[in-house]
Each structure stands twice: as structure tokens, then as C-alpha cells.
Design a protein around this ligand. Sequence first.
Ligand SMILES: Cc1cc2nc3c(=O)[nH]c(=O)nc-3n(C[C@H](O)[C@H](O)[C@H](O)COP(=O)(O)OP(=O)(O)OC[C@H]3O[C@@H](n4cnc5c(N)ncnc54)[C@H](O)[C@@H]3O)c2cc1C
Length: 444
Amino acid sequence: MTDSPGYDAIVIGAGAAGLLASLRAASLGAEVLLLDDAAGDSSNLAASSGLFSAAGTRTQAAAGITDSAALWAADIARKTEGAFDPAMVRIVTTRAADAAHFLADTIGLTLHVATIPVPGHSAARLHATAGESGREMAALLMAAAQAMPGLTVLKGVEATGLLTEHGAVMGVQTGSTGYRARWTLLACGGFAGNDAMIARYMPEMVGAHNIGLGRNDGRALAWGEALGGALLFMEGYQGQGHVTVDGLGRLGPGLTSLGAIVVNARGERFADESMGPSEFGAFVLAQPGGWAVEVFDEAMHQSAMSMGPYRETVARGCVVKAVDAAALAAAFGLPETALSATLAAYHDAGPQDPFGRAPRRPVLPPYRAAKITGGMAHTQGGLRVDDGARVLRADGTVVAGLLAAGGAAAGVSGRGAAGYIPGNGLGQAFALGLAAGETIAAQG
Ligand SMILES: Cc1cc2nc3c(=O)[nH]c(=O)nc-3n(C[C@H](O)[C@H](O)[C@H](O)COP(=O)(O)OP(=O)(O)OC[C@H]3O[C@@H](n4cnc5c(N)ncnc54)[C@H](O)[C@@H]3O)c2cc1C
């Protein structure tokens, strides 16, 4: 093994958490080595919609939005039905706003608050760059990382293990090379790509299409656990109910909030479509053939074009135009009589919606529609950390030298799919990434 010169920190993974942490640490004067097994453009950050939750930001205030960490924490408590770790929720809900301010003030990103509502948040708190695209956000952060003094980016380098001495982490092994550092940050994602772990913790998602990028094989969690790190909320995950059937993208979280309905192969609705996209995934997978058709109209289409993943789906030709119900039925092989009856019943139901959907605007022809399925996006369970992103054992002691953030760390999404609120994956990754960066710089 060839040992490298020492760094203040080695960060494994140039995705959401790793980029934020590296930028924060280096901006405070630390020497950081950031490793990514790919080119940094195939992270879940890049796959995402680039919408991150943060509460009490200047961006919100400028838009006249009243919000606070306490309000966000209450939303999390409600959505997870009480299955949350108060300390984790406090860290995430308080530090995400600091991360937003760091991105704006130090990195120079122009952020806005997305206007399309998503279920679960009681205030508009999804922040994004202009294109509302994870690909755009990842490119901007990678460019900033490559220009940041004190930060070295190594692409195409896979972390294969941790260097340890007497239970303390001393750095990272990458094949035959070891890199030493005071701190090692696990920022290499969760375990959505590990079939055995999916079967153990979320068997309902066995066989579901994994729409995440990156390795996500759970190795960060295994390394942390082997050193005594505690794992929390391993059953939590972000599902996705609006995945295009080519598996290459999705419609995004906003269309059903705008009013879209979803029908199955029989031309029938099957659920309250305005539920969160995470829990909606299992409903779609349970339909005949595991697919459905999301039906909306021109005005909804125009509004949704603000979202990067939707624009990409349109560009791939997955969104069909249909002048009326007959054309819609023909486009997807749906029974026309049943589909027409479903559309008419939806219009007429009002507050008596059979699935309990709140009154909403009608879906009017000409229609737009896409064939969708359910998928697995990102796991939400992981290593327990403190407010400096230090990995904790069950007894509250720290694993020396080891930090975790993003998918490697526990999230704030409870158990199962229903506790996830859109934006909370990146919200956690940015909040803990910021905290990790400050820990590195403070002790560098
Ligand atoms: C389709 C999709 C849409 C999403 N949309 C949103 C959204 O709009 N809002 C939101 O809040 N959350 C969203 N999420 C979740 C969000 O993307 C994740 O919560 C977040 O990216 C996790 O950050 P991370 O840094 O842990 O992982 P990532 O961003 O995935 O970064 C991990 C990086 O580590 C690298 N890596 C992995 N293993 C190794 C190794 N051994 N050595 C070196 N490098 C390694 C990977 O290549 C990757 O670049 C979405 C997820 C998916 C899959």
C-alpha cells in the first residue's frame, strides 16, 4: 500500500452530501480530498429534481413565505406518524437553512422557492436553482468544487475500505492505495442497489425498478456498523409513483398536485392521486401489470415544464397528446367506455370523491398523458450521527474519525415509504453535509 500525504478529510462520494461538505470544509480553510467512483455526474443528486427542503431562509422571506424549523419538524412528525429521532430532526430542520445560505452566499447559487405544491409540507420550502434539476445542481456544485482552493477532486476512484487503527478511522482504502486523513466522511449513498438489504428491510420493494444512480450498495452502512455505529430507521425509503415505464425518468412530484389523475389498465382510478409520490409507488405497482397512465391537461403540462425531470421526460417523447378520451384510450390500449366513465365520474364527484381526494380543478381535453410505474428511489435509513455529523454508537459515544451524511446517515422519513416528504432527502444531505464540513474545519 502506498500512503498519501495526510488531509484534514477524505470525503467518499461527490453527490449531495459530499459536495456540500467538501465545499464547506475547504471554504473554512481545510484540506480536503473528494473521491468519486464515477465522474460525479451519476449521483442521486444528479438524478433528483434538485428540490431541497429548507425552512426559515432568506429566499422564503423574500417571497413572503413564513416558515420555521419548528413548522417543518411538525410536518415530519405528522408524516412519519411519530417515527422519528428528535435529535436528527432538529439537526436537519435547523441546519438546512444554513446550507441554503451557504450555497447562495459562498458558492454563489441563485436559489428560488418552487411554486408547485407537494404533499406533506405546510409551507412552500422546496428550494432549487433556476432549472429545478438535480443535473443542473450537481454540475454547479462540481464546478465550484473544482475551483475551490484546498479541495482536490479525484474522479473514477472507488473507496474499497476504511483504514482503521484500534477502532479509529484513519483514512480510506482505494484498491492498492491508502489515503490518510483526520476525518473520513461517508457520503457515498444508501442501499437501494443492494437486493439483500432491500429484501431484509423493505420486502415490498423487492423487484421494483431502482431509479437511483450511483453505487448505493450499502457499503458505507456496513463499514460504519462494523465499527460499532448504530443504524436507525432502516425500513424508511423514498419510493416513486410517477416513473416512466422506460425506467429512464419520471414525471416528477408536481403533476398530481396540479390536478392530474391516474388510471390503471382497466381505465379506472385506484387511489387518491394527491398522496405523496413516495407512497404512491406501491399503489401503482399493485395495479394489473404494475403500470398505470397519468392523465393531465395542457395547462398542467405547461406548469410542470418548470421541473427538470419532467422536461427531460417530454424530450424523450414519453408524454402523449390526445384530443379526447377516445384518442387517449387508443394511445394506451385502455377500454374507451371505462375510461370515459372514469373521466366523467371524476368531474362530477366533487367532495364525494370515492378515494377521498379533496376537491380540485377538472382535467380538461385536450389531454396529455404518460404511462407510469412504481420505483425505488433512495433509502432513508442509515448511521446515527450527532450535530457535527459524527457517527454514534448505540451508547452515544462517537466512532473516532468517522462522519456520515446523506444516504449513509439516518434520515427523517420514519419507516416505510409514507414518511418521506419530497425535498427531505436533499434537505438532510445538505444539512448534514454542512455540519460535517464544519466539524472537519474546526478540528483540521
Ligand atoms: C430519482 C431520484 C429523485 C430524487 N429527487 C429528489 C428531490 O428532488 N429532492 C430531494 O430532496 N431528494 C431527492 N432524491 C433523493 C436525493 O437524491 C438523495 O437523498 C441524495 O442525493 C443523497 O445524497 P448522497 O450524497 O448520500 O448520495 P448521492 O447524491 O447519490 O452521492 C453519492 C456519490 O457517491 C458515489 N459513490 C458511491 N459509492 C462510492 C465508492 N465506494 N467510492 C467512491 N464514490 C462512491 C456515487 O457515485 C455518487 O456520486 C431523489 C433520488 C432519486 C434517486
